[in-house]
Design a protein around this ligand. Structure first.
Ligand code: IVH
Length: 750
């Protein structure tokens, strides 16, 4: 035994043990959160574990591990992608049959069935048998990736590339929480020495829709669909950008492998499950042509409910011995076939283009469409984003357009059917239409130019904003956001109610909600609306019951909602849920936040770093004159010590990347603005003072009612032991394994 061990505290884990344990726990929760959608702990508890690990790693650089969950938020940008030679070629599937929903309905005699029969006959002939067991699963519309695990650790991740050589994207893949860095030993009999998992990286539909909406608000270009968003993200050289994009992964195949024998696809799936690798589901078994076609049809109806885009189904021979017998062509396995579903696209008339005012004042042109039913719901509007989008697609009022739902959610105009263009169409110019003022309130507007895309091929995107903080259209959207579930969760305050309250001048800021009476709400006459069936509803009274419920949730918000929900509810650009949480970790109340030097420091640090990145001393993209170079050098030597000083000052706060320079600046601007000041004034007039529920500015020091106390848990409790432990730790207490002089309480039995 080493000398140091004799004096080690028996009941306290060493930093090394604790780091190991924290990494294990975080990996476990990552897996639950992403692959099974059944989180066991709250986001706050996850954050707490994460911060504890971050802090320990900072104090103990010798415990550095590139696979640590903390490094998944993205390390340093890389110069370019290294090439990786695949251990086993990454093939594609040859047989791609197109299967329209109509063809599926009247399947006999369709081309799809003919192709399927041909595939089957080839397989039967190849195997020399009548019945062949197959599996059918959704085809994920993502980006193919190969993950190579050696002795249970992720060795590298690569794209398909040309099939034999791909790009090494390990640094980006590390940021994807659903991909385990280390495989679990708990349920697997043994860890295979080599396992190459093939699968798709994708962006879940809802996360994609939310990200695009945010980009629209910020005047950034949107992605056409989740696949493009995924591919564009994986190409990034800076993993920090990747870490902010909601990517996920599902496995569907195997490449190189050394380990216990796998006889069927089911054996492979059991192995993935045991190792904690998320896999594609559902997988349907079939044994002949008829059941296979049935399964394909089933996947086609079910795919609208999956949280990722599917563009078809994949049929695979079940047994690996049979697969080996069938072998490969030069490009594809003979044991698999893919069916492509034609996405639902419909033609309709674009009757008008209107302008929508977002909650931050962004003015977006919107296509008003003759209602059509697409993938299960009625579509009557589609965003046109900005003028460049309208120009590029040459969209005019009166046109017939082809429409689909991007990522199964967002209605989008694919193209204009030019052959159907009537003689009299009208072009639309946002600039003329606005004529210098907001269409909703007549207030002043401003054009902001954003540059997007890589330096060598940059595009200018012009976005218009209404500058009037009191614009009623902005106010309606602000109210809806303020009342949304992730903000103050005001039950029943939907668009119809918000519009009416604003129209009646019953509300001029979100805080006016706290002054409404039961009668104000109950007597509200809501306008008639177009229902998803296309019918008009009658105008209706909001009514007593709904008024009572809304008032109850308003009162609950006043007394109980924590600071983070209020900050998020303000709808400040770039201040999303995670940023608001980080803000409330750093500040106890709005008053503190308002007079903060901390935000100014975060902004200054970000500004200085960005300046350096944008003004390099050597660059492939610009020729820098000698005088410019010496100017930059001089500025660098001014900025560097300042950055260092700020880094030092900020380091004890361990600020997450969610609260960056832009968010900090927007927060400062908001609380300096007239409306920010009004907000604070009305808040105190109403006697509301939201408090942080996760205040912990210096994560190394424990806080909470149980801070400084040590607990030992023993015997069978009335509560799950892990839950009890989490509960104590959340309140700042410590849980240890055995009783010692340091123990404050022993928790036992009921
Ligand atoms: S099995 C050798 N299963 O689609 C190829 N592929 O067009 C066997 N894909 O290269 C692939 N979802 O990248 C398989 N459930 C799934 C899939 C899937 C998407 C991709 C994959 C493949 C391409 C084939």
């Amino acid at each position: 035994m080493q000398q140091a061990d004799l004096f080690a505290n028996q009941d306290e884990p060493s930093p090394e043990q604790r780091v190991k344990e924290l990494r294990r726990q975080l990996e476990h929760h990552n897996r639950l959160y992403y692959s099974k959608a059944t989180p066991e702990i709250s986001d706050a508890e996850y954050d707490r574990l994460f911060r504890e690990l971050e802090e320990l790693e900072r104090k103990h650089p010798e415990l550095h591990d590139p696979d640590s969950p903390t490094l998944r938020v993205g390390g340093e940008p890389i110069e370019g992608f290294e090439k990786v030679r695949h251990l086993v070629p990454m093939l594609s599937i040859d047989d791609v049959f197109e299967l329209t929903p109509e063809a599926l309905e009247k399947s006999p005699g369709t081309r799809a069935e003919k192709e399927l029969i041909e595939f089957y006959q080839r397989v039967r002939k190849g195997l020399g048998q009548d019945d062949v067991a197959v599996t059918i699963e959704p085809k994920i519309d993502g980006v193919a990736v190969s993950l190579v695990y050696r002795n249970g650790k992720l060795d590298y991740a690569a794209t398909r590339g040309d099939g034999s050589t791909g790009d090494d994207i390990t640094h980006n893949v590390r940021t994807i929480r659903s991909i385990p860095m280390e495989l679990t030993r708990a349920k697997a009999p043994s860890i295979p020495p080599l396992l190459e998992v093939r699968g798709e990286i994708f962006m879940p539909n809802e996360a994609f829709a939310a990200m695009n909406a945010e980009r629209d608000e910020a005047g950034l270009p949107t992605f056409a669909n989740p696949r493009n968003a995924t591919a564009g993200t994986l190409k990034q050289l800076d993993p920090k950008i990747v870490a902010k994009r909601p990517l996920a992964f599902l496995a569907h195949g195997i490449g190189a492998y050394e380990g216990p024998a796998l006889e069927t696809e089911h054996d492979f799936h059991s192995l993935l499950d045991a190792l904690g690798i998320p896999r594609n589901q559902p997988v349907i078994d079939a044994h002949d042509l008829e059941t296979t076609l049935e399964a394909v049809g089933h996947i086609n109806t079910l795919r609208h409910e999956l949280d990722y885009g599917t563009d078809g189904a994949v049929v695979k021979v079940l047994k690996r011995s049979e697969r080996e017998k069938l072998g490969f062509t030069s490009r594809a396995p003979r044991w698999a076939a893919a069916y492509k579903f034609i996405p639902e696209q419909k033609e309709t008339t674009l009757t008008d283009i209107t302008i929508q005012v977002g909650r931050t004042g962004v003015l977006t042109p919107v296509a008003e469409l003759k209602p059509v039913l697409i993938s299960g719901s009625t579509v009557s509007r589609a965003t046109l984003h900005n003028q460049s989008y309208i120009d590029e697609k040459d969209i005019r009022i009166g046109d017939t357009v082809l429409v689909h739902k991007a990522g199964e959610i967002i209605p989008e105009i694919i193209k204009v059917i030019e052959d159907c263009r009537p003689k009299q169409t009208r072009r639309f110019y946002l600039h003329d239409h606005l004529d210098g003022s907001c269409p909703a309130c007549g207030g002043p507007i401003e054009e902001r130019v954003n540059l997007s895309g890589p330096k060598e091929n940059q595009r200018r995107i012009i976005t218009h904003y209404c500058l009037n903080f009191e614009c009623p259209a902005q106010l309606i959207n602000k109210l809806i956001h303020f009342a949304s579930r992730k903000a103050l969760d005001l039950e029943g305050l939907d668009e119809a109610v918000a519009s009416k309250l604003v129209e009646n001048s019953q509300i001029s800021t979100p805080l006016d909600l706290f002054r409404l009476s039961h009668v104000d709400l109950a007597e509200l006459m809501l306008d008639s609306a177009t229902l998803s069936s296309g019918k008009q509803s009658k105008s209706r009274r909001f009514g007593d019951e709904r008024a009572t419920k809304l008032l109850q949730s308003i009162s609950a918000a006043k007394d109980k909602k924590p600071l983070s929900k209020w900050i998020y509810g303000l709808g400040i650009p770039q201040v999303g849920e995670a940023t608001a949480k980080e803000v409330s970790r750093l500040f106890m109340s709005i008053k503190e936040l308002r007079k903060s030097q901390l935000l100014a420091d975060i902004y200054e640090r970000g500004y200085a770093i960005t300046w350096k990145i944008e003004h390099p001393i050597n660059s492939d993209y610009e020729t820098i004159s000698e005088s410019e170079r010496s100017f930059r050098k001089a500025k660098f030597s001014e900025l560097n010590p300042r950055i260092k000083e700020l880094e030092k000052k900020l380091s004890e706060y361990v600020i997450s990347s969610e609260l960056g320079a832009v968010a900090a600046k927007n927060l400062i601007d908001y609380f300096d603005s007239n409306s920010g000041n009004q907000f604070i004034y009305h808040l105190s007039e109403l006697g509301i003072d939201p408090q942080s529920d996760n205040f912990n500015p210096f994560p190394s020091e424990k806080s909470g009612p149980l801070a400084g106390l040590t607990f030992v848990i023993t015997g069978t409790l009335s509560m799950d032991r892990d839950d009890m432990k989490a509960f104590i730790e959340e309140k700042g207490g410590k849980v240890s394994g055995s009783v010692s002089a340091k123990t404050s309480y022993l928790v036992a039995g009921e």
